[in-house]
Design a protein around this ligand. Structure first.
Ligand SMILES: C[S@@+](CC[C@H](N)C(=O)[O-])C[C@H]1O[C@@H](n2cnc3c(N)ncnc32)[C@H](O)[C@@H]1O
Length: 281
């Protein structure tokens, strides 16, 4: 989104330099004005997003298609040289902690791993390099985000022959009955509406064998009102509590555990992320 890349540049360069150039008494009002401008831009862009989502609904198109098209537009808009440079630097160092968590959970190079929601291969590139050739598969509903990732990391990962799939539903049928040892899903469920999350949990068993470990993060802020198991934040952000997944696990025959302690000492995981482990019963 043009707005987004312009804002990123302002945040990265212009705004801090402007603030630093101002005399001390003007710095506080400048900060307030900057925050207010950001707030208005955010609110406005969310109204626009809700309107486009309503349009998709009217045409009978599913949420996953709307979200993929939205992210595709944003991903394709950030292809100028500055954005690619920023992305390359931002993505290169990030994601190693995700691999450390899977290794702590017992993953070895000979195991197979499927990542649901690979995005721009931020963590997938580490998984692929760690695993034996052919043992990684991943999907994302945004074709353009996968493309951003392969444009940057293609030469590094190609020798390991990863399978990358653009999915249009949450059925796992696109893995054609393949079973994997580990499944990883980070920062994805918080972008899926309730019914889609239920579909994902119901159908993930299609790629699980009796020992498969499915690790996923979900956003559960401490200030969810008592008794709430889920809430919608805005057009594309959702909170789900562990209790929500416990209900689904009971309904569909899984065991679910809170393993958030595996995120300890992992600063790249924001404080509101929880980590859950799902296995077949
Ligand atoms: C915040 S990014 C996280 C990407 C990656 N997991 C990471 O840690 O860098 C969320 C990603 O989830 C993808 N996504 C959201 N809903 C999806 C769905 N139903 N199926 C597949 N991918 C989905 C989005 O396209 C986006 O790339």
């Amino acid at each position: 989104m043009a707005n987004k890349s312009l804002r990123r540049r302002l945040e990265a360069g212009l705004a801090p330099s402007l603030k630093a150039a101002l005399p001390a008494p003007l710095q506080w009002p400048f900060r307030m004005l900057w925050r207010l401008t950001n707030r208005v831009l955010n609110e406005w862009s969310d109204v626009a997003l809700y309107l486009s989502l309503a349009w998709y609904r009217l045409l009978g198109r599913p949420y996953i298609k709307w979200y993929a098209d939205t992210l595709d537009r944003w991903a394709a808009a950030g292809r100028d040289e500055d954005c690619v440079k920023w992305r390359r630097a931002h993505l290169a160092d990030s994601g190693q902690e995700d691999l450390a968590i899977l290794v702590a959970a017992g993953m070895k190079p000979h195991h197979t791993l499927h990542e649901f929601g690979v995005g721009q291969l931020r963590s997938a590139k580490w998984f692929i390099q760690y695993l034996d050739k052919g043992n990684f598969s991943g999907n994302d509903s945004s074709r353009e985000r996968i493309k951003n990732g392969t444009d940057i990391f293609g030469p590094e990962i190609e020798p390991k022959a990863p399978t990358l799939i653009v999915n249009e539903d949450n059925t796992f049928d696109w893995l054609n009955g393949k079973k994997v040892d580990y499944i990883w899903c980070h920062a994805v469920i918080g972008h899926m509406p309730k019914q889609d999350v239920e579909d994902l949990i119901r159908d993930v068993r299609k790629i699980m064998h009796k020992d498969t470990v499915f690790l996923f993060t979900h956003d559960e802020p401490d200030h969810l009102p008592p008794g709430w198991t889920h809430a919608r934040m805005d057009s594309r952000n959702f909170w789900y509590s562990l209790a929500f997944f416990r209900d689904l696990a009971t309904k569909y025959g899984y065991a679910v555990d809170n393993v958030t302690e595996l995120l300890d000492d992992k600063p790249s995981f924001r404080s509101y992320f929880r980590l859950a482990k799902l296995m077949l019963k």
